[in-house]
Ligand binder design. Structure first.
Ligand SMILES: *[C@@H]1O[C@H](CO)[C@@H](O)[C@H](O)[C@H]1NC(C)=O
Ligand SMILES: *[C@@H]1O[C@H](CO)[C@@H](O)[C@H](O)[C@H]1NC(C)=O
Ligand SMILES: *[C@@H]1O[C@H](CO)[C@@H](O)[C@H](O)[C@H]1NC(C)=O
Ligand SMILES: *[C@@H]1O[C@H](CO)[C@@H](O)[C@H](O)[C@H]1NC(C)=O
Length: 184
């Protein structure tokens, strides 16, 4: 019968427990929580020679009266600008993907998963992460902001998304975002 002391697996587990038990930590106070509001436009361009979003998977189920299919997956690297015109000042990009995740043609919704990467001013290099349902034909959609980096470390908040323009033939869209975040 193997003795307790000579069982190598048990010895390994015991030494692991000792390491975990001795792991050191220290508590600290975060700075004051701040609230920031951001307003900008996002250009999701599917057509032409320089699309900003590309379909990487085409789903099999055509959504009635619509050029998209349940299961379509698009990868996006959309410019974010100060104003609605595509020539307006670039302030960042929305990099991520969206999936047509609703089978109901009367209530088309995306799963939109994207990082907003800011490229100018005091937010340059900081990011906000959005994980949301985007019911694209609703007049206003509320998107949860689930985190951030840099200036927006520990961010939480929401973004209100409105369609500024949408070309139903090409699928090109300009979207208006109002983002409200708490961060430190
Ligand atoms: C889906 O159906 C619409 C009309 O309902 C049609 O215009 C479109 O071409 C179809 N798309 C595909 C990929 O079959
Ligand atoms: C966008 O800006 C360009 C040049 O700055 C201008 O020619 C064009 O009319 C503007 N478009 C709109 C829709 O305002
Ligand atoms: C943003 O930061 C990058 C990297 O530090 C830098 O190269 C770039 O010039 C900055 N852009 C602006 C507009 O400040
Ligand atoms: C919508 O897209 C189609 C196809 O790319 C294009 O021919 C048409 O001019 C666009 N409409 C507007 C208002 O931009």
């Amino acid at each position: 019968m193997a003795s307790f002391q000579s069982n190598p697996l048990l010895l390994f587990l015991l030494s692991l427990m000792a390491v975990v038990a001795s792991a050191s930590g220290s508590e600290f106070k975060l700075g004051e929580e701040k609230a920031t509001r951001l307003h900008f436009y996002m250009h999701d361009i599917l057509s032409g020679p320089n699309p900003t979003a590309i379909r990487v998977v085409q789903g099999p189920l055509n959504l009635t009266g619509f050029n998209f299919n349940f299961g379509d997956v698009f990868v996006m690297d959309d410019p974010l600008t100060k104003g609605p015109n595509s020539t307006s000042e670039l302030i960042g990009r929305a990099q991520g993907f969206y999936v047509f995740a609703s089978q109901d043609s009367a209530d088309i919704a995306l799963l939109l998963t994207t990082n907003l990467v800011f490229k100018e001013g005091k937010y340059n290099g900081s990011t906000l992460s959005i994980l949301s349902r985007d019911a694209i034909f609703a007049p206003v959609r509320e998107l949860p902001v689930v985190g951030g980096t840099g200036v927006f470390r520990l961010a939480r908040g929401y973004a209100l998304l409105k369609t500024f323009s949408f070309n139903t033939t090409s699928g090109d869209a300009v979207l208006e975002l109002d983002v409200y975040v708490m961060h430190y």
